[in-house]
Design a protein around this ligand. Structure first.
Ligand code: ATP
Ligand code: MG
Length: 438
């Protein structure tokens, strides 16, 4: 019995101190004792809230945090709202039997309170997530409709309003209730603050690690892949200088070798510069309407002599009436060259390379297909990674930058790139581009 009463008290159900048959003086003592009890219960809730927020991801703990508040205060709705990119994402819990319409109204009101707290005119409605567990509201509490509310700011760094704690009570909210809610909001702010700082630190560490990796990769590539062609150039030039009387055919042979070495070195330097531009977000210039079909045919024409060296036929197919795409012409040409260049490298001698463009789902799609060895399932998720190289093809290998650059270019256009392949049955590289009219 005593325990039942204490529970009711915690929920604020019985007028504190109203014990039938008690003497008048005893009533005052009882009221004071009840207030003390409630105070202790709330202190315990705050302590539990702090422990909860400290031990888990502060944002993921929202359902338990809100239920924590409901244990000592009868609430119809409780919400945690977070401001993110100008819109308010809300997580809400409601007591049993509180209808959807009341939750929606409360969410809209909470958003306008938060907009006022943050000093902005309005906040767009973001995600509204409703927790499955109900708030512990006792059966006999009332006040639907215009129930009393409280909205408390959640502050980042003690300055910036990053969200709000919003509740609608099942009875009037007194000063003690507001003090409790304010202390809870402080706890939640502190935990969110810690969470944001931790995320920032993780991001900084990841960036530093990526930079460190990129630098090591760069040193490895320059020292390994650039040294070979430069070495070939030096030796070739020395030979020509030492033996000026060399017959013409031999001289041409040496010059061809020197030319290939210089081309390899130049391609590598260009690719490394592209990677650096990609990282700086400066790889792609202004996008203008471009005829993707004409560009695809141009790319195929440019590659035709190289394809012919391996007796490869290039077929092009462009859907009639394909609208222009938004693109940086030179960079889009580079994507086609990289993909067709790979097909040339890996395809079976004498086979066909097909290049196509068409419209699908409101965007342009392009495809480069070959009849080469294909890519094994284990390698498929990695082919667009920087410096990734699978098994060597039948011709000279590169350094594994071509596809990562192609991906960077396509994504900078707002498109996607992917590959489908079955080992032994060729590869099909696809990419999408936004239509200029879209
Ligand atoms: N058409 C293809 N057929 C089979 N494997 C391919 C094909 N295209 C790419 N790959 C695989 O993906 C890897 C990465 O390709 P990517 O174009 O990035 O590098 P690369 O061609 O080896 O060198 P680079 O392009 O820098 O000269 C290749 O090494 C190869 O293993
Ligand atoms: Mg390549």
């Amino acid at each position: 019995m005593k325990q039942k009463r204490r529970r009711q008290l915690e929920l604020g159900l019985v007028a504190q101190g109203s014990v039938r048959g008690a003497a008048p003086g005893a009533g005052r003592d009882r009221r004071a004792a009840d207030r003390l009890d409630l105070g202790y219960a709330r202190l315990r809730q705050l302590y539990e809230l702090g422990a909860l927020l400290g031990s888990t991801d502060a944002k993921a703990a929202a359902p338990q945090a809100l239920r924590c508040l409901g244990h000592t205060m009868p609430l119809r709705v409780a919400m945690l709202i977070e401001v993110s990119a100008g819109s308010a994402h809300t997580f809400a819990l409601r007591a049993q039997a509180v209808p959807d319409a009341e939750v929606d109204l409360a969410a809209a009101h909470a958003r306008s309170c938060l907009a006022r707290l943050a000093g902005v005119t309005q906040l767009a409605q973001g995600r509204l997530e409703l927790g499955a567990e109900p708030l512990p509201l006792p059966a006999k509490s009332g006040a639907p409709g215009r129930s009393p509310f409280a909205a408390l700011p959640l502050l980042l760094d003690r300055r910036e309003v990053s969200g709000a704690l919003y509740v609608r009570g099942a009875r009037a909210l007194g000063e003690a209730d507001l003090a409790f809610l304010s202390a809870a909001a402080d706890q939640i702010s502190l935990a969110w603050d810690g969470h944001v700082a931790w995320q920032r630190e993780v991001r900084l560490r990841q960036r530093a690690e990526a930079l460190d990796r990129a630098q090591k990769d760069l040193v490895a590539v320059v020292s390994h892949d650039l040294r070979n062609p430069l070495g070939a150039l030096l030796i070739g030039i020395q030979t020509l200088r030492r033996w000026p009387q060399l017959e013409a055919a031999k001289v041409r042979e040496h010059l061809d070798t020197l030319h290939r070495a210089a081309e390899r070195a130049s391609k590598l330097v260009h690719d490394l510069l592209d990677v650096a531009r990609l990282d700086a977000g400066k790889l792609v210039d202004d996008l203008t309407p471009v005829d993707a079909g004409a560009l695809l045919r141009e790319a195929a024409e440019l590659m035709r002599p190289l394809l012919a060296e391996r007796a490869l036929t290039c077929e092009t197919r462009v859907e009639e009436g394909l609208p222009p795409v938004f693109a940086d012409r030179e960079r889009l040409l580079q994507v086609f060259s990289n993909l067709i260049g790979n097909a040339r490298k890996f395809a079976r001698e004498g086979s066909t390379v097909s290049v196509a463009a068409w419209q699908e789902e409101g965007e342009a799609r392009c495809c480069v297909c070959d009849e080469g060895p294909g890519i094994c399932a284990a390698d498929l998720p990695h082919v667009f990674d920087r410096y990734f190289q699978g098994p060597h093809g039948p011709t000279a290998h590169g350094v594994g930058l071509g596809l990562s650059i192609a991906r960077g270019i396509v994504e900078a256009h707002g498109g996607r790139i992917w590959v489908e392949s079955d080992e032994g049955r060729g590869s099909r590289f696809f990419f999408t581009l936004p239509l200029a009219a879209g």
